[in-house]
Design a binder for this molecule. Sequence first.
Ligand SMILES: [Mn+2]
Length: 292
Amino acid sequence: MNCDRFRTVFISDAHLGSRGCNAEVLLSFLKSIDTQTLYLVGDIVDFWRLQSRSYWPSSHNEVVRRILTMVRRGTRVIFVPGNHDEAVRSYVGMNFGGIEIQMQDVHRCLDGRRLLVTHGDQYDLVVMHSRLLSKIGSSAYELLIRFNFLYNRYRRWRGKPYWSLSQYMKSRVKKACTFISNFEDTLIQEAKEKGLDGVVCGHIHHPSHVNEDGFTYLNCGDWIENCTAVVESESGHLSLLHATYFAPKITNDETEKDPMSSAQMASSFICPTREFSGEALTGLKNLDATKN
Ligand SMILES: [Mn+2]
C-alpha cells in the first residue's frame, strides 16, 4: 500500500465516543499514513460524554483498532491524555498494548529542536473558572445584582462615583475573546521556561502554526470541525496538515522561515500514485481564502 511517510504525526481532540467526531475521516487519514512515531495529544476518547450516554459506533472502534495495528507494524505510539480522557492520567508511565502513556513529553525533531508535547488544559485557567461558575449557578447573578445595588449605596454614602456592574461584566467578556491568544502565550511561556524550542498542543480546537523568534507553536486542532494534524516529514519539516485534502496546509506563510517551497512540500507528502487533483487544489485555495 502506498502511504504518505512521516517521521512524526501528532493528533489531538478526536473525541471518540461523541457524535461530533469525524471518525471516518480520521480512519482514512490513519490508513493513508506511515509514521515512525504517533503522538495522541489528548481528548482522543471523550470519557465525559461516555459517562452520561453510551455512544460507540463501529467507526470509532475501527480508529482504536487502526492505532493498535500501527503499533504492531512498528509505529511508536505515545498517548498524552487530556481533560476528557483524564482517567488515563492514572496510568502515566505505563504501557497498554504498546501505547506509552505520558503526562507530557519532549519530542526531539530531526533538526535537534526540542518540542514540549502537552494537551494544554493544565494551562487553561478559563476552563477552571467556567467550571466553578457553572457550579455556583444562575442564582449567583441575582446575588450579584443585589450586591451591585448595596455596594453603590455604600459608595454614594462615601461620596464615591457609581461603579457599573455591566461595564465590569463587559470587560470580562472582552477578556474571554482574548482567551485563545492567552492560551498560546501561556504555553509558549511554559515551553520557553523549560528551555525548549517549541510546543505542540491541542485542547482549544484551534489549529495553528506560528513561528516567532525561532520558537514554534503548533496546535493540532481537532477531528470534529477541522480534521487537522501536525506532521514532521521525514526530512524534518514541521507543518499543519488538513486531512480532508491529504495535502499540507501551511499557515502563517509570512512567518514560516523554512526555505522549502510549498510545491516541494506537496511533492514530498503526496505519494507518487496519488496526484494532486484539481479539486483538491481548489479546496486548498478556498481554505486559504477563508482564513482570516
Ligand atoms: Mn481538552
